[in-house]
Design a protein around this ligand. Sequence first.
Ligand code: CP3
Length: 354
Amino acid sequence: MTPNGGANLTSSAFLRACRQEPGARVPVWFMRQAGRSLPEYKEVRGSGTILNAIQDPDRATEITLQPVRRYGVDAAILFSDIVTPVFASGFGIDITPGVGPTCEQPFRTEADLGRFRPLDPDADLWFQSETVRSLVAELKVPLIGFAGGPFTLACYLIEGKPSKNWTTVKALMVGQPDLWHKLCHKLADLAIDTLTNQVTNGASAVQLFDSWAGALRPEHYREFVFPHSQRILSAMAGLGVPRIHFGINTGELLPQITAAGADVVGVDWRTTLQDARERTGGTVALQGNLDPALLLAPAKSLEDEVRRVLADNNGHPGHIFNLGHGVLPEVDPDQLLRVVELVHREGKADGARE
Ligand code: CP3
């Protein structure tokens, strides 16, 4: 089988930037590029929960392709969710529209560890394998596979719903460290299984979304999260695809996020790319870091901010233009198109200019 309609993706702008190769133009894609900001998503999304759409390979394929067609982004991201493998393992979790991931019975005790079934890819992830294969046959740009990081998934499982401060999570983490580590070990197993399945079926890169890890102070991150993320990312090292490691509010954690085993590190808008390059030791590519709220600003202000991000990168090879977090549902798709066109026109990665 020739994947990607025969396209040679090794030299794509996205994969070249992941490898920090000079000379390619700056690639761009957006976290949450598929979804509610697109009218065509609303048309095919259907009325069930998003987990129904994710388990329907035809619909999931179409939704993944929509932003690639509309914007001409340099990478696609599989339409799925970080809770998909948790759901597939039989631990009761759902995604409530307008709320986010919810568990009727949150994770609280040792007995709850028994609620995870080990994943059998053929039985539990068949829809994911099928979606990835159909995407890879059609796409001319790399497909990014992803999984949730241990802290972010534990947040939803323990709290039972989205929360501002994750207080129950932190209380369990420091109060019952053994139980915390056992839970994170299970979540890392799920991440390894789902990422391996996505890459085996043709995904060209993986992103570990530990979106909320920035809620922790660095010492807590080191003790409670780092070992689990490192285990996931080391397990990916042998698969030969770039590993992107992302969280928001992680300015203080960037050295550890890098050390956990990333080839590309996600940066949010609170940290400049110049600072991020210092904090990551210049060893990894950077992905980011436009503030997603600015997509709601007038076109001229938005364009100024896009140019500022490009100038902050200063022509350095190894920049993947993205937002510091996901696209908000109320964003006008024309604004995203404007960003893609500007980055493609003006983004250069031909070596630092100073
Ligand atoms: O285009 C893409 O980026 C791929 C699809 C994707 C989804 N979720 C689809 C989705 C990705 C990469 C995710 C990851 C995800 N899910 C994260 C990590 C990224 C981040 O934003 O920090 C997190 C924390 C979740 C958990 C989650 N799932 C939340 C907070 C929500 C929003 C709830 C709401 O309704 O506001 C979801 C639901 C969800 N996942 C939607 C989409 C398109 C919207 C719901 C829908 O269409 O019904």
